[in-house]
Design a protein around this ligand. Structure first.
Ligand SMILES: Nc1ncnc2c1ncn2[C@@H]1O[C@H](COP(=O)(O)OP(=O)(O)OP(=O)(O)O)[C@@H](O)[C@H]1O
Ligand SMILES: [Mg+2]
Length: 330
């Protein structure tokens, strides 16, 4: 049984211009011990999956279908107390902007005590900071968030996320706002600490090179659906969805710090309701008639198109080894 699971999840945001369907039957699992990279262009739905998995969606969001489960238990059936306990004890979060995520009015030591309990000794707090390789933990414990660099603040956030030994950590672009010089070491720390703790890690990122390096499995999100998922090595070596191919061809690890993926001609869709075809069809170089008419079925693959349970693709052409490409893409 997967530790985290989104199953056919539909999430809509109410906006001034009507409902936006951010997730359109998205399915994703994260097992114990996995580092799952979640990639896709801006607006594809990565953050919405992450926040839905902890039922931390903003007030204008509505879960309109499907289910989210942690350790096999549906979050849709949990009461507020149970949800709070789940978020405190079993899930950890790391966000893009560490200084903005920390409470600006409280010293780091106090914020760690909120997580670990009032009676926690200074030595225990300092040990938590040593584990995230902060070199002067006593000083950091006395500091306010604005007195730390972005990299130090993100180390503190990682310490906070892992302090109660959660079984899964959800990290949404944890290095996107950091200086290029520290991004690598922060990611190494995050992956290393979650591994040491035996926790699963879900990593939303625009940095394909980092995803390739650190993730065991990758999920590609487009138009609110997970359109392809496979072990990382396999996904990068033999991508099957035309969207994944375009993504990898257009950004072969060349994106710069803070840069968003925007490599493919045309713009991603903003869905208003259920979509009758494949959301990528309008931009796809391989699209055939069925792609605009029917929702693609889930295919499990290997290189010959035969069953392969850990490589899943949502594409009408999934079983065609190399679909013919049109000359031009709109
Ligand atoms: N609070 C909100 N209110 C209204 N619409 C929202 C809200 N949050 C997200 N959306 C919309 O939902 C869709 C999915 O957004 P989401 O933030 O999940 O994408 P993302 O893949 O995380 O993008 P990015 O890479 O830019 O972080 C987008 O169309 C976005 O505009
Ligand atoms: Mg996001």
């Amino acid at each position: 049984m997967p530790y985290l699971e989104a199953r056919d999840l539909v999430v809509e945001y109410a906006t001034r211009h009507g409902a936006v369907r951010a997730l359109d039957e998205a399915s994703l699992t994260v097992d114990a011990g996995e580092v799952v990279g979640v990639v896709g262009e801006s607006g594809s739905g990565k953050s919405t999956i992450g926040t839905a998995l902890a039922r931390l969606l903003p007030g204008n969001a509505r879960i309109a279908g499907g289910d989210v489960r942690v350790d096999g238990v549906s979050l849709l059936e949990m009461g507020d107390d149970e949800l709070r306990a789940l978020r405190r004890d079993r899930l950890g979060f790391v966000f893009q902007d560490p200084i903005g995520t920390l409470d600006p009015t409280a010293r780091i030591g106090r914020q760690l005590r909120w997580v670990l309990g009032k009676g926690t000794s200074d030595a225990t707090l300092a040990a938590q900071l040593e584990r995230v390789r902060l070199s002067d933990p006593e000083r950091v414990l006395r500091a306010f968030p604005h007195q730390l660099s972005g990299g130090m603040a993100q180390r503190v956030s990682i310490a906070l996320a892992l302090a109660r030994e959660p079984r899964a950590v959800i990290a949404d672009e944890p290095t996107a706002s950091l200086d290029a010089s520290v991004r690598g070491e922060i990611l190494e720390l995050l992956v290393g600490r979650t591994r040491e703790a035996g926790a699963a890690l879900m990593l939303m990122s625009h940095d394909l090179r980092a995803v390739r390096r650190w993730c065991t499995r990758v999920a590609v999100v487009y138009g609110g659906r997970v359109v392809e998922t496979a072990p990382a090595e396999r996904l990068f070596a033999a991508p099957r969805h035309p969207y994944t191919r375009a993504l990898l061809e257009a950004a072969p690890g060349a994106e710069r710090p803070g840069e968003r993926l925007r490599p493919i001609a045309g713009i991603p869709p903003v869905l208003r309701g259920e979509f009758g075809g494949c959301a990528f069809a309008a931009r796809c170089a391989c699209a055939v008639e069925a792609c605009t008419a029917q929702r693609p079925p889930l295919a499990r693959l290997d290189d010959d198109g035969a069953a392969q349970p850990d490589h899943e693709v949502l594409c009408h052409l999934a079983t065609v080894a190399t679909p013919p490409r049109k000359e031009r893409v709109a």
